[in-house]
Design a protein around this ligand. Sequence first.
Ligand code: UDP
Length: 336
Amino acid sequence: MSSDNYSLSGQTLIVVGGAGYIGSHVCKMIAKHGGTPVTFDNFSAGHEHAVKWGPYETVDLRDREAVIVACEKHKTARAVIHLASSIEVGIGEKQPAEFYDNNVLGALNLLHGMRAAGLDELIFSSTCATYGETQNMPLVETEVQNPFSVYGKTKLAIEHMIQSFHKAYALKYITLRYFNASGADEDGDIGEEHDPETHLIPNALKAAAGLGGRMKLFGTDYNTPDGTCIRDYIHVNDIAAAHIDCLRAFDNGRAGTEVNIGTGQGVTNLEILNLIEKVTGNPVPYDAAPRREGDLTRLYADASYASEILGFEPKHSDPEHIIATAWNFHRKKWGV
Ligand code: UDP
């Protein structure tokens, strides 16, 4: 069953990281369903201009007292959606101290804040990077989790903390293991705006737009059909909709589980570049570069559990549509 008509009327939801890329799309989706998102963000990576659908609190998750105060202030919220984290795989390898502080300590502080305020529903954004290198594709949720990157390790540590709070304190949670979040809202008002931008699609669009010079294609010697990595691209609005599915699942007594959010479709980096040439009508100037530290060869989801437990079905995730919506957003932003 789809959550298209699920009403959040009269409900407030705390969206931690609501000023970020996925967070802003989640906030817009909550508002579409009649609810009010309250963003918690330290604006280190998020943008004030992306907070359009409700109020915000400037709060840094590393500051436990501040998190407790903010949770107390919004303790009538129905649920907490936690999306704030350091995400750049390559940077995590060089700065693990910051990644563990921001991600693991930050999530622990949030769990303390929720517990003190009696907030007992949590949707947590985890990642396919918690699985690690394996030939077992598509990835099922029961696959061994042996993360390769610091980023993946921090997310797995948080998954474990949440499981412990569930067991000991009856926290209701659903952890979503996103595959590659991509695309932009069809209205073109919000999209991916990282600084520095490390992701394939926005970097390739920039190169196709003639901005920022030639892009680097990291690793052309992988054991894949064209030598480049394989990823599963899921449209950010499909991810946002998965959060509404989770809220409905809580109503139906479902909680305490981890769910892949992907399409099940693997696409190579070169295939993405070809689609970008098709959508933009421009060549993507690139140079083959060495492998990027922390990258896995292939990652794509078995999406059947999400369908079974959440009724989740991707509707916006055809790769060409993903790229077209991202291009629509970036063209406006770059004025090209
Ligand atoms: N990638 C690349 N050039 C870039 C950015 C990314 O070749 O400028 C590659 C990256 O090495 C990986 C794939 O694109 O193989 C997807 O990377 P991204 O950072 O978009 O997402 P991730 O899978 O790391 O979350």
